[in-house]
Structures are given as C-alpha cells and as structure tokens.
Design a protein around this ligand. Structure first.
Ligand SMILES: Cc1ncc(COP(=O)(O)O)c(C=O)c1O
Length: 284
C-alpha cells in the first residue's frame, strides 16, 4: 500500500499533474514496473483532463479508473460527462454529494466483464447454485431498490442543482474577489459543477490566513473546511513515493471550501460573504 506513488496537482486545474504522471510512467516503463492502473481524482466537481489521461493510459496499456465521486453532473470538453471516461469510473451518492441516496455509489464501466465481476463481488460472490456456494470472498455492497429509486428521482433535479452550485460559486466570486483570494480555476471548455466553492487565501496579500477566516466563521456557527489533505501527507501514505513540487501542500495550507449546499438561501450566503468581507476589510 505504502509504495503506491502519489502525484501533485496542476495549478491550472487543481487536478492531477499530467506532466509528472507522464514522466513517472516513462521511468516505470523503462524499469519494467508499470502499474496496473492509474486512479486520478476529479476535484470539487471538476473533471480531470480525460483526453490526456486516456492517451497516456493507451500509450502504456495501463487501465484508467477514475474517481469521479465528486463530479456527477460536470462536463469535460465537448459536453462529455464526468464519470464516463477511462475503463471505469466511480460516482458517490454519499449524503454530502450533489444528489444522494443517503449512502452508496455507482461503478460505471465500458467493459461488460468488469460490470459482471463487480456485480458478482458486490452481491456476496455467490456461485451459480441453488444453495450458497462461494469460491471467493464477496461483499454486501448492494444499493437497495429503495435507495436506487431515491437516486433516480433526484437525477431529474441534477441540472438544477448544478446550476445552483455554479450560481453560488459565481456569487462568492463576485463578492470576494480581491488580492490574495484565488478561486479554483475552471479550465477552458470544462464545466465544473462547483460542488464546493474552493479558494485559497494568501495571508501575505489578503492580510488574513485561511485559519483566521475558518475560525471566525466557526464562531458564528458557519462550517467551512480546509481543502483535502494531500495523500502523501496522510500517515497511511507516509512512505509512498511523491511526485510533485508542493502545489498540493500549498493548496492545503491556504485552501478553504465555503458553504455551498444547493439549498443554501441567498440570505444565508450573504451572511457568509459579509462576515468574510468584513474580516478582510478590518485587516486592510
Ligand atoms: C474523491 C472521493 N472519492 C471517494 C469518496 C468516497 O465516496 P463514498 O463516501 O460514497 O464512499 C469521496 C467522498 O465521499 C470523494 O470525495
């Protein structure tokens, strides 16, 4: 586990740095240690660069499995949907996602054999027999019919939710843009869902730190969270080879996710904006 390499982010997209990945694949191919799969992660509602990743995976004949847990409803270039690329992708319907079945998710794959195998493993790996017969370990990962129905019902409001999250992000952007505040970039041609509005606060330019803002909001019972902690900083991956220049570390140090729920009212968002803007003004 600890030997799985982890990669830095591209500052232009905040998703996996493809140049570093390409360099590592070239070295791995030369040394005869190509990985079985590349597993990149869509971030905060934004797809990874699917074309570049599919080209790399094809070049080295390595499987591409996309973690699209956060990006249901996002579009990549030419309207291609997040969660439909590579060999397979996963989507999450966890309670904090843009649509939810209270828990669970979905595996999307273009390989029928993978779908059959996943279904087999997710339903306790029962061999075909009238009794319970097991020749391998299985799991109880079924999404119940009831949860699936809830999810299907919500698919009808997915576009509205994406529009709402994007509008929330746009409002934050208009109200809080100033020196030292940088919003997560959206690469040209892509359409993020803006699942969460994510930004960084450069204390040298903004006069306040991410923690100053987060803790001030918390005092008013408004929850905002740091950006995800990079994998190589997690104790689990302490020994893993890291390919990067610390872009992800800087994002973690200064990054903040603002309240972004689809059901947040304009009034509630105004309060978040006014409190952050007030703190920024105070320290100018
Ligand atoms: C990038 C990413 N991958 C995987 C998961 C896990 O999804 P789930 O909670 O449905 O297991 C999440 C969030 O929950 C996520 O944000």
């Amino acid at each position: 586990m600890a030997q799985r390499p982890v990669f830095d982010l591209d500052p232009a997209s905040w998703t996996i740095d493809i140049v570093r990945l390409a360099e590592e694949l070239a070295v791995a191919a030369r040394d005869g240690r190509l990985p079985k799969a590349i597993v990149p992660t869509d971030l905060y509602g934004q797809s990874v660069d699917l074309d570049a990743l599919e080209a790399l995976a094809g070049q080295y004949d390595v499987r591409l499995v996309l973690d699209s847990a956060e990006s249901l409803g996002a579009s990549y270039l030419d309207g291609r949907k997040a969660g439909t690329g590579g060999d397979a992708a996963i989507l999450s319907f966890n309670g904090n996602k843009i649509i939810t079945t209270s828990g669970g998710g979905m595996l999307v794959t273009k390989h029928k054999a993978w779908a059959d195998e996943a279904r087999f493993l997710a339903t306790q790996a029962r061999d075909p027999a009238p009794h319970y017969e097991h020749s391998t370990f299985g799991y109880n990962y079924r999404l119940s019919n009831i949860c699936a129905a809830i999810g299907l019902g919500q698919m009808e409001v997915l576009d509205d939710r994406v529009a709402r999250r994007r509008a929330i992000c746009e409002r934050y952007h208009k109200a809080l843009s100033r020196p030292g505040i940088t919003f997560m970039p959206e690469p040209e041609g892509q359409r993020s869902t803006r699942w969460l509005t994510a930004l960084t606060i450069d204390p040298a330019k903004a006069g306040v730190s991410r923690e100053d803002v987060r803790l001030m909001l918390l005092q008013h019972e408004i929850e905002a969270r740091p950006l995800w902690k990079p994998m190589h900083m997690q104790p689990l991956y302490a020994g893993a080879p890291y390919h990067g220049a610390g872009v992800d570390e800087a994002l973690f140090a200064n990054g903040l996710c603002l309240p972004s729920g689809s059901d947040m009212s304009d009034g509630q968002q105004d309060e978040v904006i006014e409190r952050i803007a007030g703190l920024l003004e105070e320290t100018r």
